[in-house]
Ligand binder design. Sequence first.
Ligand SMILES: Nc1nc2c(ncn2[C@@H]2O[C@H](COP(=O)(O)OP(=O)(O)OP(=O)(O)O)[C@@H](O)[C@H]2O)c(=O)[nH]1
Ligand SMILES: [Mg+2]
Length: 308
Amino acid sequence: MADIQWFPGHMAKTRRQMEKVLPMVDAVLELCDARIPAASRNPMLGEIIGNKPLVLLLNKCDVADPAVTKRWISEFERGGGLAVAADCKTGTNVQRAVDACCELLADKLRAFAQKGMTGRTPRILVAGVPNVGKSSLINRLSGSARAKTEDRPGVTRQNQWYSVHKKAELLDTPGILWPKFGDPHVGFLLAVTGAVKDTLFDTEELAARLLTQLSTETPDLLAARYGSELQAVSGDLRVTDGKLPDWQIDESSVFSAGLELLSAVARTRGMLKSGGLPDTERAAIMVLDEFRAGKIGRISLENPTAIP
Ligand SMILES: Nc1nc2c(ncn2[C@@H]2O[C@H](COP(=O)(O)OP(=O)(O)OP(=O)(O)O)[C@@H](O)[C@H]2O)c(=O)[nH]1
Ligand SMILES: [Mg+2]
């Protein structure tokens, strides 16, 4: 799959603005996508925030595999970090993430109180890749739709402070990626979960690649959603003697295997072009929408073993 990159001017500007505002910030709440907790962490963030206390929030855990999310949390905590799995759609655990930041700042908050700075609330910078749910988190915590949210990346365009229940101030920031992903698979994972602008990639290629991954990792969920024809195609693509299937060996075979799966989806959903050929373009848009909305199931695309 072509290496997708997206680092427009507003992201470079956001980076500079984050560096500028940092002296005012007490802690950082970094949001990653619970379905891809490693791929959705910005490697530039560590450089930007230096040694500010950090809490990692694995968001959208309502659409990730709960058992895998649990393993990710233990993995991060084993590394000495503090991580919380949350869901800004229902509000599950969002307050816990802010409380975790306050716990990290307990000494600093005590010092404020001793100096009589009673009105000084912790200032928390909310950071993360585009579309991960930063503005939704702020809305959820403040109980109103003050920050603009939308299901596409690049909605927030500038830093904005929000006071939350007079207990904390949260800085909403525009989502930022980094100039080069390095690994094209990271680009794929970010695109498939909605962090990259969709005009930058080929929808059929993306959906085809997603289907190949799901056909090996969660074939039952795929069959339950799209029917037995898909199960048959998935079965044909797999090998029985424990060797790597031929179609996983090179990129072009991954794509053609995925296209077969995509054609099967189009047929079972009755998406046909004139002449009866499967409309793989329509099917691709539907598969991506359904995956992102969690309709195929609660699926994680990365396992904690992926941590180097
Ligand atoms: N399923 C699910 N969807 C969520 C969750 N949190 C946010 N969303 C959805 O994700 C989409 C993006 O949310 P935003 O809050 O705009 O994301 P953002 O990080 O502020 O995005 P940018 O401002 O573009 O960087 C919206 O459609 C939200 O409804 C969650 O926990 N679960
Ligand atoms: Mg936003």
